[in-house]
Ligand binder design. Sequence first.
Ligand code: ZN
Length: 135
Amino acid sequence: MSTIGRIAHIGIAVKSIAEAERFYVQGLGIELDHTEDVPEQGVKVAFLPTGESELELLEPLSEASPVAKFLEKRGEGIHHICLEVADIEAALSQLAAQGAELIDKAPRRGAEGKRVAFIHPRSAHGVLIELVEKA
Ligand code: ZN
């Protein structure tokens, strides 16, 4: 069995991180840890630590970004939930064995150089799930 840890972060799709900071940073007073471009996923991300977890604001880098398509279809809002796992390969093979639809059959590089993989919302009752391997 794979070992699921904490909710690493909740991903929120936004049109503009600079704009969203007015609410999350200036308004709620959450500290902005850092921003980073993740070209592999077509996004700029901002990490806002909230206790054990973080909020991850996602802004599309281009019109071709999956997050740009998400914004077009659904508007701003919760995009995915990221769960920490001890062994990402073990988690993926367990899910595959259960018939889950994996967007990433093997881990890829996510923000902060961490190993991540996405699971299709069709298999997760409407929620896009990201797994991240514990550093
Ligand atoms: Zn994420």
